[in-house]
Design a protein around this ligand. Structure first.
Ligand SMILES: Nc1ncnc2c1ncn2[C@@H]1O[C@H](COP(=O)(O)OP(=O)(O)OP(=O)(O)O)[C@@H](O)[C@H]1O
Ligand SMILES: [Mg+2]
Length: 318
């Protein structure tokens, strides 16, 4: 039922789902996430976050949806780490005692206990981004939106942040925008966004095994998988290994409530036929009704989209 909903031009993300968002530069990933927290207002269509319209109730939405952007420098404003983590809570009017408890818990959750009195400018990039993540977590949002949270970090910084993000799986609904496919190999689903459209909504495994979908959307296989394919080893399209491997290659290991068929209350993020115009006279659209005719199965979808222009015609449900 939800699959056919998406096929009609809807996106629904359920409670506890971990959803990757990928696509080329300028494809519309950041536009999508800005629409969710009311930084941008849709000109048409329906956007709902935890049942609320971000255009009408942006502050209520931001209590429920926390966002982490790519550059941690932009978010760090206070003299000490603990003040920075507390910063957003002051705006939310959280009482002092509760604020202390939340800040301590958020700092612990990102592995920065002992850093409370450090000055943010003395931290490494990865540590700064974890401070920014702690600030988001202190607000106790039920939905976490990460827009390329590791793009400014080196390998070690990325690992630090990703470990913390992955530890939150199941406790939050997570949308994770990235250019690195290896970061979302264990997502429940991956959305591919190109030219302002959702061009695929697939499992990580299906994405990795679809050379055409990858190419059309300028997505690059993770190095290890590229090497494996070059050496003629079984690619991601091969059958799933055991439980540990399934998490790494197939996705779907932590299906959220909506994906498992939970009720309407389980849908935490919903977009339907959304349009947004950046510049007057130059329509830049999200989600066009009727832009894609929907095949009834992902197999047919795969064949049906062959040879089309990027972003033009692909919309798979699983
Ligand atoms: N404030 C703006 N005014 C006009 N056009 C904009 C604005 N912000 C984004 N755009 C345009 O909207 C399109 C989508 O941009 P968006 O930032 O959503 O892409 P993205 O997928 O996040 O790209 P990237 O991977 O580079 O971050 C681009 O063509 C971009 O130039
Ligand atoms: Mg972006």
């Amino acid at each position: 039922m939800r699959a056919s909903g998406r096929l009609r031009g809807e996106l629904r993300v359920g409670r506890g789902e971990y959803v990757g968002v990928v696509g080329p530069n300028g494809g519309g990933k950041s536009t999508l996430v800005r629409l969710l927290n009311g930084l941008l207002v849709a000109d048409e269509g329906r956007v709902r976050v935890a049942g609320l319209d971000p255009a009408v109730e942006p502050f209520e939405v931001r209590k429920r949806l926390g966002m982490l952007f790519q550059n941690p420098e932009n978010g760090l404003v206070a003299p000490f780490v603990e003040d920075d983590v507390a910063f957003g809570l002051e705006n939310l009017g959280v009482a002092r005692e509760e604020m202390r408890a939340r800040v301590a818990e958020a700092i612990r959750a990102v592995g920065l206990k002992g850093y409370e009195r450090r000055e943010p400018h003395t931290l490494s990039g990865g540590e700064k981004q974890r401070v920014a993540l702690a600030g988001v977590l202190a607000g106790e949002p039920e939905i976490l939106v990460l827009d390329e949270p590791t793009s400014m970090l080196d390998g070690e910084g990325r690992r630090e942040v990703l470990e913390r993000v992955h530890a939150l799986r199941g406790t939050r609904t997570i949308l994770h925008v990235t250019h690195h496919l290896e970061e979302i190999l264990d997502a429940d689903r991956v959305l591919v966004v190109n030219a302002g459209r959702l061009v695929a909504d697939v499992s990580p495994r299906r994405l990795l095994s679809d050379a055409e979908l990858l190419r059309e959307n300028r997505l690059v296989l993770p190095t290890v998988l590229r090497l494996g394919a070059g050496l003629g080893m079984a690619g991601p399209g091969a059958s799933c290994p055991g439980p540990g491997g399934a998490r790494a290659c197939c996705g779907g290991a932590h299906r959220g409530a909506a994906a498992a068929g939970g009720g309407e209350g389980a849908v935490r993020v919903e977009l339907r036929e959304v349009g947004h115009v950046y510049a007057p006279g130059r329509p830049w659209r999200w989600w066009r009704s009727g832009a894609c005719r929907s095949p009834s199965s992902s197999e047919r979808c795969s064949r049906w989209s062959a040879g089309r222009a990027p972003g033009r015609a692909r919309w798979c449900s699983t």
